[in-house]
Design a protein around this ligand. Structure first.
Ligand SMILES: Cc1ncc(CN)c(N)n1
Length: 259
């Protein structure tokens, strides 16, 4: 997690910056599931779901919001709107992890879900620091009206968790947790000290967040062994696809300042 609040205070929408994201993602789907370097093995459940939903995954990871954040050309207004909504989003995601504790059938799963909730609450420190640099308090953030994209995504995940079992819930959560680690890993390469979105990139591209994502990959695999079977795959793919589409919609909400 970045300690450097100057990093945050200088996060203004800069002009032209070198494009650090040009070879980030190809839209040609790989023939078989691929490993995600540093995050997931090719035969992991996450890699298989990512492969099954390749067009949606590509649209999420390579969204114009991400490209503009990478090259520094994203308008600060868009970033602020996104960060405010993301604060509300994370409150609901913390609730979803708490639901995961409730749905757990072993102490191991309870601990994992509890640790996931703690990681989400820690992540909100990034949002608080950014918003403080813009003169906003955490209370101001909590009072923001929730956008339709925030509501749609968070309620979808909570509903999957309520209607399904813990495996359904962790699959619904996975594009959020693991997708940002994949994006962060791509953006952090060669990033300048004065990058306008450096604090965000260092948060999601850093070792701490990568470990959170690795833990999520491992939990998914373990639950798939315990509760999965070939009959589960179509439903899990559907959940993963919907959550991934809702991630892309969330970027779009930031980019268009949608309410
Ligand atoms: C919308 C969204 N997706 C994912 C993350 C990373 N936990 C996030 N903060 N916001």
């Amino acid at each position: 997690m970045p300690e450097d609040s100057e990093d945050i205070a200088t996060a203004t929408a800069a002009g032209e910056r070198p494009d650090a994201y040009t070879d980030a993602h190809t839209d040609a789907p790989p023939e078989t599931p691929e490993a995600v370097p540093g995050l997931a093995a090719a035969d992991s459940l996450f890699a298989r779901l990512r492969h099954a939903c390749w067009p949606e995954w590509h649209a999420y990871l390579d969204h114009p919001f991400v490209r503009r954040m990478a090259d520094g050309s994203l308008r600060q207004e868009c970033f602020r709107h996104y960060m405010g909504q993301d604060y509300l989003f994370l409150i609901h995601f913390a609730r979803a992890y708490a639901l995961g504790v409730f749905k757990s059938e072993s102490l191991e799963d309870m601990r994992r879900m509890g640790a996931g909730m703690a990681a989400i609450l820690d992540e909100m420190g990034l949002h608080v620091r950014y918003c403080q640099s813009w003169g906003l308090s955490p209370e101001d953030l909590e009072r923001l009206p929730e956008s339709k994209a925030t509501m749609a995504y968070t309620r979808y995940v909570l509903e999957r968790g309520l209607a399904g079992d813990l495996l359904d819930l962790v699959v619904a959560l996975s594009p959020c947790i693991i997708g940002y680690a994949e994006i962060g890993a791509r953006l952090i390469d060669g990033i300048d000290d004065d990058h306008p979105y450096g604090a965000w990139i260092r948060e999601y591209g850093g070792a701490g967040y990568r470990q959170v994502a690795r833990d999520a990959v491992e939990t998914m695999d373990r639950l798939m062994v315990e509760r999965g079977g070939p009959g589960r795959m179509p439903g899990l793919v559907d959940t993963f696809r919907q959550a991934t589409r809702l991630e892309a919609d969330f970027w779009q909400m930031g980019l268009t300042l949608a309410d």
